[in-house]
Design a protein around this ligand. Structure first.
Ligand SMILES: Cc1cc2nc3c(=O)[nH]c(=O)nc-3n(C[C@H](O)[C@H](O)[C@H](O)COP(=O)(O)OP(=O)(O)OC[C@H]3O[C@@H](n4cnc5c(N)ncnc54)[C@H](O)[C@@H]3O)c2cc1C
Length: 455
């Protein structure tokens, strides 16, 4: 049966998550006369983008990712504007460790920021130091660079909820939180006011014959366009396969919890706090024994990786906190409604209690309205995104945004617009394309890195 409805446009963007919306928005902003269709099988911002922890940072093991997120943060600041409509905060990320020798950490920081000098990193090893705490949530006045606190009394003064065994706190300053749903909504509204069109359509087939034909076979709708952008989140591989392309990506399910801190144990002014060190979860001996005997859960009784994180949510006057721990590294076939792990909330609160011991009050009794949620980190092995041409000229992928898609969406959208419209790219952007896999020197550097920036 012939298609009942046909649309024609210059560019079609598939996926109205934060990434696809940003692509459509920046294409239309840069070239108002280009006709752009933004497609999604469901509601905008409803799949992975609805699960984001809404954190951002410019802290990465490699300067390319630093440049990428720096670019994105600047674009978010432009969007937030003087009225801070994105509710952008900048209390930073506080990375805590029990190690007292921080030389290798400092070395990694300098490599990530591509700095040889030590000026980007300020060391504070006595109580009379000039360390500026993040007293206010706002971003306009916040300092840049990194502070390393190496004095226990100083750490106690500014991070009173942290466990006293912490020997160093690395405070990343250009980092904080953002309201990602508002960001998506604003870009979508501006896209539509600029003449962009959004359609609900499930892409089930794509062909190339001088132009692209994108079909929703069930509803007999087709679209003809000159260029297409695959921003289908966890389904980018599925979409690429329709055009005969393969993408080197996989999906891992990651989870978070948010709950009302009824006992007010986490200070409202605490930055996004990350426990860097691996740990064995604080189970009772009996619990540990039971876990060790279970084939399914033995892993939870063994050493867990670092990077459990916790932050206050909902502003200084709020009471909620968010906890996350991206320890799952098992690739999965993506589902629209993935099953979450029942034990995750208890694992997360026990893990987070090592850095913030007062959280122990919630052991076995998290509030009833605890929100447990999750989605996929769609990622490459090196945890860099894919932004660039796919095999067929005129087709692009913007995805594999792992746990950084909210913070990096604006830069990804801007790069996508430049690719589609043939404009100049930022220097770092070529390294994010599929062609990087031909650069053996870059790929061996990335594979040799001990950190991939997964949070
Ligand atoms: C638990 C968790 C916490 C996170 N925390 C953070 C954080 O703190 N900071 C941060 O920066 N990032 C974070 N992320 C990552 C971030 O949420 C994602 O990288 C980002 O949302 C990905 O956006 P997207 O637009 O690529 O994908 P999605 O939001 O999944 O959007 C893809 C869209 O494509 C549509 N689609 C798919 N297939 C088709 C088809 N065949 N036809 C039509 N439409 C289709 C889907 O319906 C969907 O709406 C987190 C992710 C998770 C899971």
């Amino acid at each position: 049966m012939a298609d009942k409805t046909q649309y024609d446009c210059d560019v079609t963007v598939i996926g109205a998550g934060i990434v696809g919306i940003a692509c459509a928005y920046y294409i239309k902003q840069t070239s108002p006369h280009t006709s752009v269709l933004l497609l999604d099988s469901g509601q905008p911002m409803a799949l992975t983008s609805a699960q984001s922890g809404e954190n951002y940072r410019n802290w990465w093991p490699h300067p390319v990712m630093t440049a990428f997120t720096e670019h994105s943060i600047s674009l978010m600041e432009d969007l937030a504007g003087h009225n801070n409509i994105l509710n952008m905060t900048r209390r930073g990320y506080a990375l805590a460790t029990r190690k007292s020798d921080t030389d290798s950490l400092t070395e990694e920081l300098l490599q990530g920021y591509a700095r040889q000098d030590n000026e980007a990193v300020r060391i504070h090893d006595n109580t009379t130091s000039s360390y500026q705490p993040a007293l206010l949530p706002g971003w306009q006045e916040a300092p840049d660079g990194v502070d390393i606190l190496k004095n226990r009394a100083l750490i106690k003064q500014y991070f009173p909820s942290f466990d006293p065994t912490v020997n160093a706190v690395v405070h990343i300053r250009r980092a904080g939180s953002i309201s990602s749903q508002t960001m998506g909504q604003i870009m979508l509204e501006r896209f539509k006011s600029a003449g962009g069109t959004r359609l609900t359509l499930n892409v089930s087939q794509m062909e190339e014959a001088g132009h692209f034909k994108i079909c929703d076979k069930e509803h007999h709708v087709s679209i003809h366009c000159q260029q297409l952008v695959n921003a289908a989140g966890p389904f980018i591989s599925q979409l690429a396969t329709m055009l005969g392309s393969e993408l080197p990506v996989y999906n891992t399910l990651q989870q978070k919890i948010a709950f009302e801190d009824t006992e007010a144990v986490v200070p409202r002014g605490m930055p996004f706090a990350i426990d860097l060190d691996p740990q064995t979860i604080d189970w009772t001996d009996e619990e540990k024994q039971l876990l060790a005997e279970s084939d399914e859960y033995r892993w939870a009784s063994e050493e867990m990786p670092g990077a459990i994180h916790c932050r206050p949510d909902g502003g200084d006057g709020g009471r909620w906190i968010k906890l996350g721990w991206a320890f799952n590294n098992l690739p999965q076939i993506p589902q629209r409604n993935p099953a979450l792990m029942d034990s995750f909330p208890e694992i997360a609160v026990r893990g987070a209690a090592r850095l913030n011991p007062a959280l122990k009050t919630y052991y076995g009794k998290l509030p009833r309205n605890t929100h447990h949620y999750g989605g996929y980190y769609t990622m490459t092995d090196e945890n860099w995104p894919l932004i660039g041409e796919m095999d067929i000229p005129g087709s692009y992928v913007v995805g594999a945004m792992s746990g950084f898609g909210t913070m990096a969406a604006c830069a990804a959208g801007d790069i996508c617009a430049r690719l589609v419209l043939g404009r100049e790219l930022p220097d770092y952007a070529r390294s994010l394309a599929l062609s990087r896999y031909q650069n053996t020197e870059l790929m061996s550097t990335l594979h040799a890195q001990s950190q991939r920036g997964i949070l």
